[in-house]
Design a protein around this ligand. Structure first.
Ligand code: 13P
Ligand code: SF4
Length: 355
C-alpha cells in the first residue's frame, strides 16, 4: 500500500467538546417530548420542510423522521433523497459533511442542521490546503474522495464515493486504467484496494469511532457467544476486524443484511445508533456491540460518534423556529463539488443495486 504522510501530523479533533455538548443536551419527559415533536411536525408542514437523518443519531429523531415522511439512511441515500425530494427545506440530522452534500446537490433549498458543530474526524483530518498539495504532487492520478470530506475537498475531486458504492466505482476506474488518489479513510482505502487491486495512493485519515474496534477481542467474543453468530463490519474499521466479518458494508447495507439473514445473533462493528433500526426491523434477533478496547485499556470511543450525538429533538426545533444552523457553501465550490457528487449519483443509479 502506498500512503501519504499525513499521519505525521496530529489533528486536534476536540472530542471532549463534542462529548460535553452531547451530554449537556436536555433530556425530556414523555410529555415534553410529545410537545416538542408536535411543534416540529407543525413547523415542517408550515415551512415545506422534510427531515433527512442518519442512523447514528438519537432514536427519537430517527422515529420522528420516519413518522413525518423523511428518510433515515446511509450517506448515499441521504444525498439522493435530499436532492430528489420536492420540499423547499431539508433538516439534516447527522454531521456537517452531510448538510454540505445536501446543499451542493440542492443549492436552491434551505438546509438546516440541529448543530453546525457536528464534525467528523475524517473531514477534519483532510484539510484542503494539504490535500491540494498532495493532489498536485500526483497530477496523473484520478482524485476519489469519500463523502466524509469538506465541500472544498469534494470540489478538488473527480469522484465522490460512499462506503456503499466505493468498490464498484474504483473497479470501473481500474478498467479505464486510471491510477487513483483515495482520501481520507485509510481503512476504507485499504479495503477497496484489497477488493479491486487498483493502483491507489491512500491518504492517512481515520474515523475515531471505527478505528477503535479490536480484532483480538472480537475473535474472543465470537467464540464466547457459542452457536451461530454473524459479524457485520463497517469498512472504516481496521483490516484485522474486517477480516473477521461475515458481511462488510455501509450502514444501510448492514441493516439489510441483518434483515435478510437467517442468523439470529449478530456482532456489529459500527456506531451503536444503528442498533435502533436493526432491532425495530428484526425484533426476534440479538445485536451485540463489537468490542472497542483491549483488556485494561481505556475505552475511548465506546462505539458512539460524539458529533452524531450532538443532534437532538431540541436542536431540530430550534433551527426550525429561528433558522439557526443553516448550511452555506460558496457558489464556486458548489459548482465544482456538484460535478464529483453528481457523478456518484449517476453511477449508482445505473450500476449499483439499491440497498
Ligand atoms: P454510511 O454511509 O455507511 O452511513 O457511513 C457514514 C459514516 O459516517 C460512517 O461512520
Ligand atoms: Fe465521521 Fe466516524 Fe463519526 Fe462517521 S462515525 S461521522 S466517520 S467520526
Amino acid at each position: 500500500m502506498k500512503t501519504c504522510n499525513s499521519s505525521e501530523k496530529k489533528y486536534d479533533f476536540n472530542l471532549e467538546k463534542a462529548k460535553t455538548i452531547a451530554s449537556n443536551l436536555s433530556s425530556f419527559s414523555n410529555e415534553e417530548r410529545l410537545e416538542i415533536e408536535t411543534k416540529i411536525q407543525k413547523k415542517l408542514k408550515e415551512q415545506d420542510a422534510v427531515m433527512v437523518t442518519h442512523y447514528y443519531v438519537d432514536n427519537q429523531l430517527q422515529d420522528l423522521t420516519l413518522a413525518t415522511g423523511g428518510i433515515v439512511s446511509d450517506s448515499l441515500e441521504m444525498a439522493r433523497f435530499g436532492k430528489e425530494h420536492p420540499a423547499k427545506k431539508l433538516v439534516v440530522s447527522g454531521v456537517k459533511f452531510m448538510g454540505e452534500t445536501a446543499k451542493i446537490l440542492s443549492p436552491n433549498k434551505n438546509i438546516l442542521m440541529p448543530d453546525l458543530g457536528a464534525e467528523c474526524s475524517l473531514d477534519l483530518g483532510c484539510p484542503i490546503e494539504e490535500f491540494t498539495k498532495f493532489c498536485e504532487q500526483n497530477p496523473e492520478r484520478t482524485v476519489v474522495v469519500y463523502a466524509n470530506t469538506s465541500a472544498q475537498v469534494k470540489a478538488r475531486a473527480d469522484w465522490v464515493v460512499t462506503s456503499s458504492c466505493a468498490i464498484d466505482i474504483v473497479k470501473f476506474l481500474k478498467i479505464r486504467n486510471e491510477p487513483i488518489i483515495f482520501a481520507p479513510d485509510r481503512h476504507l482505502g485499504q479495503y477497496i484496494l484489497n477488493n479491486t487491486q487498483a493502483d491507489m495512493l491512500l491518504w492517512d485519515g481515520h474515523c475515531v469511532v471505527h478505528d477503535e474496534f479490536k480484532a483480538f477481542e472480537l475473535k474472543e467474543m465470537k467464540i464466547s457467544l457459542q452457536g451461530t453468530v454473524e459479524v457485520l463490519v463497517h469498512p472504516e474499521s481496521p483490516s484485522g476486524v474486517i477480516d473477521l466479518a461475515d458481511f462488510v458494508g455501509s450502514t444501510s447495507q448492514m441493516l439489510e443484511y441483518s434483515k435478510a439473514s437467517n442468523c439470529k445473533k449478530f456482532i456489529v462493528a459500527t456506531d451503536g445508533g444503528l442498533f435502533h433500526s436493526m432491532r425495530k426491523a428484526s425484533p426476534d434477533k440479538f445485536f451485540i456491540e463489537a468490542p472497542t478496547a483491549g483488556s485494561g485499556a481505556t475505552c475511548k470511543s465506546c462505539a458512539y460518534c460524539p458529533w452524531m450525538a450532538m443532534n437532538s429533538l431540541g436542536g431540530v426545533l430550534k433551527s426550525l423556529e429561528t433558522g439557526c444552523g443553516e448550511i452555506s457553501v460558496p457558489k464556486e465550490i458548489i459548482s465544482k463539488a456538484n460535478k464529483s457528487l453528481q457523478r456518484m449519483l449517476d453511477f449508482t443509479k445505473s450500476n449499483v443495486s439499491k440497498n
